[in-house]
Write a new protein. Structure first.
Length: 354
């Protein structure tokens, strides 16, 4: 009887899809499986919402036509509903269009900023756009000039993020930039934040707006005062590392000095630092290893370049401090995770006296 009843029952496709979408959302929410990280968009519900709205409008119009016994009422009400939705959408786009300036000056001035930069940026200058400004600049540019850098620092909580990233990018250039044009979102950087760059650093707002969606442009006129010390520090570290012969010659040269392992690559491109670095140490006595590594028989000091390395004048350098216990073998290189294992762009091994 129950089987026969289920066969006669009609399942509403709209309700089934809605329940399925909500069920998937609940299932993903429990283990926090959000594909876009902390962003939790609900756009995936749009199709089912539109379908449900359409079915509701059709059902309402059809029911009223049956009650009043006027066949023309169903298509008439449906057309009226569609027209009202279209008019509401047009009105909303007119009031909040990103392409039309309203009374609150909501227009996007990215094109004006790019035109300003094209007219004022000279050879030897650098342009840095923080995370708030980078997306719109990418959208409006057909091709990014080599001296333009799009940052990943937000600068919402502290300007130190932008200052450190801007310095790292400036040092990575073949030569010290004459000037740095900083493009940032409105209210993302306050006046007092510039003091973090140093008392002798000259910063000027060359294109400033107060509107909510505008970009600001600031100019660091004496960028060498900002970048120069970092170049000197890098050069000193580089000279201290490469005075001898490397223990590994490969895509990267590896130098061993007392308890420090240094990796050097020149010339060095951004792609050379993207792969993860592995560093495995075999101790003379396995009991010297940390507790969680003794069962494996070796120490694992894997690292990524962006957290440990530095780049200047087309040269990449990263130094890693080794533990104090005696080491018999060092195995290192880079690896890229692939299906079923890893690819190693390069790898090397150092055998020490046992």
């Amino acid at each position: 009887m129950l089987t026969a009843s289920l066969k006669r029952r009609r399942f509403d496709a709209i309700a089934t899809l809605a329940l399925l979408a909500v069920g998937i959302a609940i299932f993903a929410a429990l283990p926090a499986l959000y594909p876009m990280g902390g962003i939790r968009p609900n756009l995936y519900l749009g199709p089912i919402i539109f379908l449900a709205a359409g079915v509701s409008i059709h059902w309402t119009a059809d029911s009223l036509a049956s009650l009043t016994r006027r066949a023309w009422l169903a298509p008439g009400l449906a057309a009226a509903a569609v027209g009202a939705i279209a008019l509401a959408g047009v009105d909303d786009m007119r009031q909040d269009s990103p392409y039309v300036k309203g009374r609150y000056e909501k227009g996007d001035n990215t094109k004006a900023v790019l035109a300003f930069l094209e007219d004022n940026v000279e050879e030897g200058d650098m342009v840095y756009a923080n995370m708030l400004a980078a997306p719109s600049m990418k959208f409006h540019q057909d091709e990014k000039p080599s001296n333009y850098h799009y940052g990943k620092a937000q600068c919402w909580s502290a300007f130190e993020e932008c200052a450190q990233e801007m310095l790292r990018l400036a040092v990575s250039r073949p030569s010290v930039p004459n000037r740095i044009f900083l493009v940032h979102g409105n209210k993302s950087i306050r006046e007092e934040s510039w003091r973090l760059l140093g008392e002798r650093i000259s910063v000027e707002h060359v294109m400033a707006h107060r509107a909510r969606r505008h970009l600001d442009v600031s100019l660091i006129a004496n960028a060498k005062e900002f970048v120069g010390p970092a170049y000197e520090t890098f050069a000193s570290a580089y000279d201290a590392v490469v005075f001898g012969e490397p223990v590994i010659r490969s895509d990267w040269d590896v130098y061993l000095s007392e308890n420090t392992l240094a990796y050097v690559k020149e010339p060095c491109a951004l792609a050379d630092t993207e792969a993860l670095f592995f560093l495995h140490l075999i101790p003379a006595d396995v009991n010297d290893l940390p507790d969680h590594r003794r069962q494996h028989g070796f120490d694992n000091l894997d690292f990524i370049f962006d957290r440990s390395g530095a780049r200047a004048g087309g040269i990449c350098l990263v130094e890693v401090d080794l533990p104090e216990y005696d080491i018999t073998r060092i195995m290192t290189g880079q690896y890229v995770p692939v299906e079923g294992g890893y690819n190693h762009p390069w790898a090397g091994e150092v055998r020490l006296a046992e």
